[in-house]
Design a protein around this ligand. Structure first.
Ligand SMILES: CC(C)(COP(=O)(O)OP(=O)(O)OC[C@H]1O[C@@H](n2cnc3c(N)ncnc32)[C@H](O)[C@@H]1OP(=O)(O)O)[C@@H](O)C(=O)NCCC(=O)NCCS
Length: 175
């Protein structure tokens, strides 16, 4: 999967690649803060704990092979807030097709931060990419995530026929 040189800020958040040259980020420690059972409840099994160190290190390698993972930090304290994941291709020959995912530490919920994060990503894509689309897959019961996406301009592509346990797809067209 291609990796994207993407980095942006919002009013309260700094979003940067989870491996930054010259910076020895403690990724395992970062994940320990983020990945508890409540946070990963709606996520694929591979994201669900427990996360002893050895599994965490293997997990990081697998995620690295799949796509681009970004760390989300609080701009003022630089404390871990969450993760943003990007799969697909962006800015290739002027078009983008990008599947996004995100999670926030439990302590950060309910303050509008996920909405700020997704809006920041959409603004970055509108500024940097040509026409294309952003896609997100959401468990139907994850109403907070669906709301975050809809507030940022995503629209439901298809719900009909979704079987039990299936994800719904929301998209945002870039023009
Ligand atoms: C989903 C998640 C990212 C939301 O983060 P957050 O920072 O709390 O979200 P925000 O505060 O920006 O917005 C949440 C919105 O959903 C609404 N909401 C929250 N719980 C809700 C519920 N049970 N039903 C309906 N709406 C709900 C909030 O009221 C808010 O909307 P509003 O701004 O119109 O009031 C966060 O809970 C999380 O990380 N969850 C675990 C991982 C996950 O589910 N990731 C998404 C996978 S698709």
């Amino acid at each position: 999967m291609p990796r994207f040189a993407i980095r942006f800020e919002t009013a309260r958040l700094e979003v940067l690649p989870w491996r930054t040259p010259g910076e020895d980020a403690d990724l395992a420690g970062f994940l320990e803060v983020l990945l508890d059972d409540e946070v990963t409840r709606w996520l694929p099994r591979s994201w669900q704990g427990p996360f002893p160190r050895e599994r965490t290190l293997r997990w990081i390698e697998r995620r690295d092979a799949e796509g681009t993972i970004l760390r989300v930090l609080a701009k003022d304290s630089r404390e871990p807030v969450g993760l943003l994941t990007l799969y697909g291709s962006v800015c290739a020959e002027g078009s983008a097709e990008l599947r996004i995912g995100y999670l926030l530490a439990r302590a950060a919920w309910g303050r509008g931060l996920a909405s700020e994060l997704v809006e920041g990503l959409v603004a970055w894509c509108r500024a940097q990419c040509g026409p294309g689309r952003l896609v997100a897959h959401v468990t139907p019961a994850n109403l907070a995530s669906r709301r975050v996406l809809e507030k940022s301009g995503f629209r439901l592509v298809c719900e009909a026929g979704a079987s039990a346990g299936a994800m719904i797809e929301l998209e945002l067209l870039l023009s």
